[in-house]
Design a protein around this ligand. Sequence first.
Ligand code: NAD
Ligand code: TDX
Length: 364
Amino acid sequence: MTAPGPGGHLLVTGGAGFIGSCFVRDVLGRRDGTRITVLDKLTYAGNRANLGEVEADAGMASRFAFVRGDIADPAAVAPLVAAADAIVNFAAESHVDRSILEPAAFLRTGVDGVHVLLEALRAETERALRGERATAPRLLQVSTDEVYGSIEAGHAREADALAPRSPYAAAKAAGELLVRAYHATYGLDVVITRGSNTYGPFHHPEKLIPLFVTNALDDLPLPLYGDGLQRRDWLYVADHAGAIAHVLAHGATGGTYNIPGSAELTNRDLVARLLALLDKPWSLVRSVADRPGHDRRYAMDGRLLAALGWTNRVGLDEGLALTVAWYRDHEPWWRAARGGDWDAYYARQYAERLATSSVAEPAS
Ligand code: NAD
Ligand code: TDX
């Protein structure tokens, strides 16, 4: 089994989202002949504008195609997998808080959708075995640190047990288990990445960093869950996308690779850094009712990925400065992302919390 090299044809599912669109921009930006087809349902989180830079560049646009569709739809998926040398599956419902409000869509995309992709991959693998295509396609399943559950001490290793604690994380773990089962049973060429908390440009404003940056720009309250001492290890989006491209090219078939971030810190300390960059006061921060089942800490061991030859390039200081500057410069993008169901979602998620909030303890 061979990983696709430069000049191959990639199917990128969920490529209009935050991390997927970064992957598409960066891979096409290498200008090495690689072609990309994006399959994306364009949910509230998918945004064609995230691929605007690609579509506006004649060189990149000539090697790019966009298909609107659902990974859980076999008729949409089968011909695209048949035409691909590799599939990178970013498609998922990605927000933990929404999974707590309404889990069904998470299972439909994260379990049924992954199953449909695997069936299409299995058909193409059988065609390769019959000599009807040169090689079987490879699937890279984009997974997450959240499948390990809360890591109170130490760092999770790839062989550790999965212990997801939110409907989102459970759907991601189920998707991974299907991928591994299809590798063991049908010999499919698959690799899995588990990325850390990611941040950067084009991040939907429902997530912590862009929510707090955009609320602060509008002098709106910043709803910090619980005591704010939960810990996350932040990974800049271009590093996450780069590590995925690296694993796609070099990862061992059947392998799983953690992609840690470059800085572990508490939410409170993170918010203090954002406020300093924005020159906004701590008094905007409100202590609100906690997320149910809130994972206290995520932390992963990165030795397998390092041994494969990957190192992150962007540290937290640089990454946060780039991110804050991007949101300052792209107000029309984030105002549009706060369209659609945003007001209803925001009221459901935060109205009662903010009505019963208190002044948050300052960061250390
Ligand atoms: P996102 O919500 O910004 O993007 C998801 C994309 O998938 C959107 O474009 C959406 O329209 C599309 N999509 C959703 N359901 C689909 C379906 N059924 N068929 C086709 N397209 C569909 O998410 P993101 O933050 O870019 O995350 C991408 C992937 O990375 C997800 O699998 C997520 O679990 C994983 N991940 C994210 C992070 C993070 O911190 N954001 C960290 C680790 C792993
Ligand atoms: O309003 C908020 N207040 C708050 O205190 C929000 C939205 C979040 N938080 C806290 C919860 C977490 O401790 O901030 C932390 C980060 O929250 P999110 O941005 O929702 O990220 P998280 O739940 O850690 O999950 C993210 O990383 C792993 C991504 O959204 C997932 O898709 C990814 O798999």
